[in-house]
Design a binder for this molecule. Structure first.
Ligand SMILES: C[S@@+](CC[C@H](N)C(=O)[O-])C[C@H]1O[C@@H](n2cnc3c(N)ncnc32)[C@H](O)[C@@H]1O
Length: 237
């Protein structure tokens, strides 16, 4: 795993290392074109300072998905919610390429029209939290985050007492933080962190996926491997 350049600490108790883009094997030609030619056309970049204005047309609400993996959930959110603008964040290049390859036909990486209500943040989403204005998001989705199951790696978990104030700041009052995980350690961690937080209240909990949540690859993997996912909605107080 490569890590990006050192940046100022993002929160008390969180290591000041942020993940840069990650690659598991050399890129194929098509993948390189997607990253070089298509990704910059969707990159939120400095638009983080005013996300509502970063889309092709006005949107009713801005939502953020952290760690979108293959991007199916992000596409599902856009299809089902025609009034939203979505910022989708992922650091793993295979995930970025997977989503981008469904958006543009081969050979048209630099020219094909792109979804006007989607912007990408191809970097550590924790850094985006610093850059978004207060109250600028209506929802944040964290679907099947990396579990970091060892206690000594707790600080790397995205759900984290040090990160919660940063998420609360960027959510509007009543805004939702939606979390799903199949990892028993993380499930207990979610209960503990949100149970102790004065910033959020639990609005819903399910052990079957609610109908308005698109499925994800990791959900399918969890069921295949015999793990029970859980879904929560937490509301900013
Ligand atoms: C276990 S996978 C789940 C992917 C997808 N959400 C799903 O349910 O199929 C977690 C993903 O989060 C990404 N990720 C982890 N930390 C991140 C961060 N701080 N910012 C953006 N993406 C992150 C990883 O690269 C990985 O693709």
């Amino acid at each position: 795993m490569s890590e990006g350049p050192a940046r100022p600490q993002i929160a008390e108790g969180i290591p000041n290392r942020l993940y840069g883009r990650r690659r598991s094997h050399p890129l194929r030609v098509r993948q390189a074109k997607l990253l070089d030619e298509t990704l910059p056309r969707l990159d939120l970049g400095a638009g983080a300072a005013n996300p509502a204005a970063a889309f092709d047309a006005p949107v009713d609400e801005v939502w953020l998905e952290v760690g979108f993996g293959g991007g199916e959930h992000s596409e599902g959110l856009l299809e089902r919610n025609p009034g939203i603008g979505l910022i989708a964040s992922e650091v793993f290049e295979n995930g970025l390429c997977s989503l981008l390859s469904r958006l543009v036909p081969e050979g048209q990486e630099a020219t094909a029209p792109l979804p006007g209500r989607l912007r990408l943040w191809p970097r550590d989403a924790r850094h985006l939290l610093d850059q978004l204005p207060e109250g600028s998001l209506a929802r944040l989705y964290l679907m099947f985050p990396d579990p970091w199951p060892k206690a000594r790696h707790e600080k790397r978990r995205f759900v984290n007492p040090a990160i919660m104030p940063l998420v609360a700041r960027v959510l509007r009052p009543g805004g939702e933080w939606r979390v799903a995980t199949d990892d028993p350690t993380y499930q207990e961690w979610v209960r503990q962190c949100f149970g102790e937080s004065p910033l959020f209240e639990q609005a819903a909990f399910d052990d079957t996926r609610p109908a308005d949540w698109p499925a994800t690859r990791y959900e399918a993997k969890a069921y295949r491997e015999g793990r029970q996912p859980m879904w929560w909605v937490f509301r900013k107080r």
